[in-house]
Design a protein around this ligand. Structure first.
Ligand code: 13P
Ligand code: SF4
Length: 303
C-alpha cells in the first residue's frame, strides 16, 4: 500500500479531514479533502462539524487560526517547524507602541501573524479581502501589519493611509521576484498574462495584469481566455493551476520562489502526525477568545 493510501485509510478510521494550502507539495494537495487560500481554509476549519481531527497542511499561523476558530477539534500541524517568517516579524509590543502613537487608528492585521497579535488587533484580513476590510472601517488612517507590500497595495486601492507595523515586514519568498524576470518571460510569451500575489514588491505589482490571493489567481486563470500565464507566487500553486487547466501554460516568474516552510509538510510527516495524533496546535483560551473575535469580524465583511 502506498503512503498516500495509508494516509487515506487512516484518515477514514480516525474521522480526520485534511486541509491543504495552495502552496503544499503536489502529493499533499492530491490527498487533501480541500485545497485553498488562507481565508477559504479558515472558513472550512471553522465550519467543520463531522471530523474529529483537522490535519492542517500549511504553516503555523494557519493551523493556529483553525484551532482558534474550532476549539473542539484536534488540529494537527504535520511539522511544528513549519513557520511563516513574516508572521514572526510582528510582536505584541510593537502593536502597543504603534497604538500609543496613533491612539485613534484601528489595528488591522493580516492573518499571517501569531495568535497573540491577532488577540491585540481590531480585525484581521487576508490577501483576498484586505481591500474590503479596510473599506469597511470608518477611519482613513489604519495601523496595518505585518506585510508592508500588502499595506501599500491596499492603500493604493482604497486611498486610505496605512501605517505599516513593523516598518518593513515582508515575505522572503515573494521578495525574490524581480520585474526583469517578468519582462524576459513576456518577450518569450508575448500573449502571457502576469498574475502576482499582493505580497510582491510594488514594481512587480505594476508589471502585473492581475493581483490577487492564491485562490483568486486560480479562479482568474480558469475564467480567463488566455493560454499562457506568468505566475508571481510560490511554485506550489502550479500543481493546482496545471491540474485545473491542462490546456493552459503556467510559467513561474522565478524558479527559486519556493516557500521552504510550506514544503516541510511531507507525506511521511503527515502520516506520523495523524497516526500518533501528535503536533496538536493549542492556543490558550484567554488568547484564543480575543483572536477569534478579530477573525470573526473579518468573516462578517462582505468580499
Ligand atoms: P493566500 O491567502 O493568498 O493563500 O496567501 C497566504 C500566504 O501565505 C501567501 O504567501
Ligand atoms: Fe509566509 Fe511567505 Fe511562506 Fe506565505 S510564502 S507562508 S507569507 S513565508
Amino acid at each position: 500500500m502506498s503512503l498516500s493510501d495509508k494516509i487515506l485509510k487512516l484518515k477514514k478510521e480516525k474521522k480526520a479531514v485534511i486541509l491543504a494550502h495552495n502552496y503544499q507539495r503536489p502529493e499533499i494537495q492530491d490527498i487533501a479533502d480541500y485545497v485553498g487560500d488562507s481565508i477559504e481554509l479558515s472558513r472550512k476549519a471553522s465550519d467543520e462539524q463531522d471530523a474529529e481531527i483537522i490535519v492542517f497542511s500549511a504553516v503555523d499561523f494557519m493551523a493556529e487560526s483553525a484551532a482558534i476558530l474550532n476549539p473542539d477539534k484536534k488540529v494537527l500541524l504535520p511539522c511544528l517547524g513549519a513557520r511563516c517568517p513574516m508572521a514572526q516579524m510582528l510582536t505584541v509590543d510593537e502593536i502597543r507602541r504603534a497604538k500609543k502613537l496613533y491612539p485613534n487608528a484601528p489595528v488591522v492585521l493580516y492573518v499571517n501573524t501569531l495568535a497573540s497579535c491577532k488577540a491585540s488587533c481590531d480585525i484581521c484580513c487576508t490577501s483576498a479581502n484586505a481591500v474590503e476590510v479596510i473599506k469597511s472601517l470608518d477611519s482613513d488612517t489604519v495601523l496595518f501589519g505585518p506585510d508592508k507590500n500588502l499595506a501599500e497595495y491596499v492603500s493604493e486601492k482604497t486611498g486610505k493611509k496605512l501605517i505599516p507595523i513593523p516598518a518593513n515586514g515582508f515575505c522572503p519568498t515573494h521578495l525574490l521576484f524581480q520585474v526583469e524576470d517578468v519582462k524576459i518571460l513576456k518577450m518569450q510569451y508575448p500573449e502571457a498574462i502576469a498574475m502576482v500575489h499582493p505580497e510582491c514588491s510594488s514594481e512587480m505589482r505594476k508589471a502585473a495584469d492581475f493581483i490577487g490571493s492564491t485562490s483568486k489567481m486560480c479562479r482568474f486563470a480558469k475564467e480567463s481566455h488566455a493560454k499562457d500565464f506568468i505566475v508571481g507566487t510560490d511554485e506550489g500553486i502550479l500543481h493546482r493551476l496545471r491540474k485545473e487547466n491542462p490546456q493552459k501554460n503556467f510559467y513561474l516568474a522565478y524558479e527559486g520562489a519556493i516557500c521552504p516552510n510550506m514544503k516541510l509538510t511531507t507525506l511521511d510527516r503527515l502520516y506520523t502526525a495523524l497516526k500518533e495524533e501528535k503536533n496538536v496546535v493549542k492556543v490558550p483560551e484567554i488568547v484564543a477568545k480575543k483572536a477569534r473575535a478579530s477573525l470573526e469580524r473579518m468573516f462578517e465583511v462582505k468580499s
